[in-house]
Unconditional design. Structure first.
Length: 214
């Protein structure tokens, strides 16, 4: 069975793995003391966000809770959107690893599993919605920090390329991949889930995924 967290392609992994490996989110390379300080700041931010909501927490409050200077916080993370991106990093890596090496149909599975592109796209849509809806406020902040911010996030390039590969038989898989991912954007989900509910939004996204592979 492919090892979770493996950095090498395993037997049965679909074509495009090498390209996706170059796009996946990598953990920051830091000295041990810097990594500890980063963990303290992220833990403080996560606790404050859970208690008060992302919008209500200031960088001053996060710096105070973490026991660091505000200047240090801004140098390390830039702003709250940078903190949100850092907090989401581990969840993004876990989803990317599952796509690259995990059980079918989200991942390629065992060599004899052979999930179809349609099965994999449906599984990705479900898994991505699980991730975004669980961390909706954080994802929304990271994606809307500035105009077009979502498309500059490294993780978006991974999601887009993965979906494009699954849609390789279509006339314009790259444009179609953007269309599906637009329906999964956090700002869009924030607006429509409040009106329609998660179940209806999920079923609509799955219908779109199915339509792109039929």
């Amino acid at each position: 069975m492919p090892r979770h967290g493996s950095s090498e392609p395993q037997a049965g992994v679909t074509s495009g793995t090498d390209e996706l490996l170059t796009l996946r989110t990598s953990p920051p390379k830091e000295r041990a003391d810097a990594a500890r300080n980063r963990a303290v700041v992220l833990a403080a931010a996560a606790a404050l966000f859970r208690e008060h909501g992302v919008e209500s927490v200031s960088m001053d409050a996060i710096a105070a809770a973490a026991g660091v200077g505000k200047g240090t916080l801004f140098r390390r993370f830039g702003d709250k959107a940078g903190l949100a991106t850092a907090l989401l990093d581990q969840q993004e890596r876990a989803l990317q690893e599952a796509i690259l090496f995990g059980a079918a149909p989200l991942g390629p599975g065992e060599p004899d599993a052979a999930p179809t592109p349609a099965e994999r796209l449906r599984a990705f849509t479900n898994a991505y919605l699980d991730y975004v809806l669980t961390h909706l406020d954080l994802v929304r902040m990271s994606e809307t920090a500035s105009p077009g911010a979502r498309y500059r996030i490294g993780a978006y390039r991974f999601w887009h390329r993965h979906v494009s590969l699954l849609l390789a038989g279509r006339s314009d898989p790259e444009a179609d991949a953007h269309a599906l991912l637009a329906a999964l954007a956090a700002d869009h989900l924030h607006a429509v889930v409040a009106d329609l509910g998660e179940a209806r939004v999920r079923q609509a996204a799955l219908r779109l995924a199915d339509a792109l592979t039929t």
